[in-house]
Structure formats: C-alpha cells, structure tokens
Design a binder for this molecule. Sequence first.
Ligand code: NDP
Length: 275
Amino acid sequence: MSLSLDSTVKLNNGVEMPWFGLGVYKVEDGKEVHTSVQSALQNGYRAIDTASFYQNEEGVGQAIKASGVPRDDIFVTTKVWNDEQGYESTLEAFENSRKKLGLDVIDLYLIHWPIKGKFKDTWRAMEKLYNDGKVRAIGVSNFKVHHLEELLADATVKPVINQIELHPRLTQEDVREFCQKNEILVEAWSPLMRGKVFDDPVIESLSKKYNKSPAQIILRWDLQSNIVTIPKSVHEERIKQNADIFDFELSQEDIEQIDALNRDERVGPDPDNMS
Ligand code: NDP
C-alpha cells in the first residue's frame, strides 16, 4: 500500500475521505485552534475532526477559510453531542454546527456517543440531513457491536464510519471485525493514547529499529491496519512529525507485535456507561 498524506479511502457511499487528519479535542477556540489547524493545513493535512462538544467549531471554520486551501480539498468532520440527541434537536444541532463552521455542506457528521433510547431518533435525523444533501456522509462514534446491530436493524442509510477509541492498549478486534464485514470504516480516536503508550518496550524497540518516533510507529500501524487516524497536537513540530509516516513500512511481524499489546484499557469512558 503506497500512500501519502493526501491519500483517501472510498467510503461505502462512494465519498473519498483522507486516511489521516488532525483532531482538535481540548484545543481552545480562538488562537490555539486557529494556529493548529493552520499549521496542519500548511503541512499538507486535508482532514480536520471537531465536534460541537469541543466548542471550537468557529475557530476551525475561520482557520479553514484563512488557509487559502480550497474548501473542496478539505474534509471536515463534526459530531452531534449527547444532550443534542433526538430527531428535532439533532437537526437543530447540525444547523448550529454548520453556522459555526461557516460551511454550506459538512463532509462527515457523526453521532458522538450511542445514547440509549435516543440514538435511533438521532440517526433518522442524520439520514434526513444526508438525503437533503446537507452532509456528504454520516456515521457514528463509540458504537460497540450491539449498538451497531441495533442501528442497522432499521437504518435506511448505513453509517460510513465508526470512530472509536483505538490504540495499542485497546485494539477493539471485535468491533473492527464487525465493521469490516459491514463495510463500515474504522477511525481511531486517541490513537496515541494521549501519550500513555510511548514508553512501552515494544513501541520503544520498534522506534529504534525504524528510526521513527513512538507516535510515528503507532500511526503507521493504524495506516497499515486500514484504520483512519486523527492525532491531536497543538505543536507544529509534532503536527509535522505525526504526518511523516509515509516513507517507511512496518513488517507484518511488527504489526502483530503491536496488535499483541492489547489490554482492553481505555483512556475514555466505556460507551455502555455514557449517559
Ligand atoms: P491523541 O491520542 O491524539 O493524543 C494527543 C496528545 O498527545 C496531546 O497531549 C498531544 O500533545 C500529544 N502528542 C501528539 N503528538 C505527539 C507526538 N508526536 N509526540 C508526543 N506527544 C504527542 O488524543 P486525543 O484524545 O486528542 O484524540 C485525537 C482526536 O480524536 C481528538 O483530538 C478528537 O478529534 C478525537 N476524539 C474523539 C472522541 C470521540 O468520542 N469520538 C473522543 C476523544 C477524541 P500536544 O497537543 O501538546 O502536542
């Protein structure tokens, strides 16, 4: 698989999405988000992952406009937050996000968490937004296999993606297998486990072997495992470093070594406990 930073993957509805992008969770609206989105775009990133919950959609939108990169070359994801779920409230939340981002059409809109008793109504609203052409693709986040089964039972539009916590300590084999069978792409959030896995001996030894940083080893592992990634950084050097993963290849054996680091350990909440 020979890829570069602007390489895309075809989603199950035919829309092309970059394999790699910038996450902006916990990046402050205003100067901080402006600077990180700007430096990502200047360094060749073409996808940005935000959410209404992050409260920085305005800054993301302004940075995109100021970047000079044509709108159509940038893939923007945002998400409907838990207290916005339900049919009407999702339609309203979408309009708010769209206005804040200053975009006519959002590339990908996700249900942020599978809120019990709500997410199916939310999905109906997402289907309407999609059918009305306001969003190019719709998907979910933090869905376990049982959530996906419940959703797919009545969905008229299949989610294109499931964005889940995924890193060497949480490899999510069951969700990945289900998604693959159902043509739903997997996207990793907290791909770097927020820095908590860099000192693992296997990651450290691979870092020496390939002369790449621990972050680059992990992000390359995602790429070679067909997983979309959106590492977050507010530092230009790291933004550049994280994207510099297209000039080496992990051996199959080394990929399996990383797979074996799984401990089902989360840095975020268990989706079954999110209310
Ligand atoms: P990440 O795993 O991307 O880790 C980010 C942390 O690692 C930051 O503290 C950053 O610091 C640091 N870091 C980044 N690159 C490097 C590097 N090369 N070397 C050393 N440290 C580095 O965590 P996130 O939780 O931010 O996940 C990524 C994105 O996923 C989010 O920003 C968000 O868009 C999305 N997300 C989605 C969720 C969901 O429920 N759908 C939940 C959580 C996240 P610094 O910024 O100081 O460089």
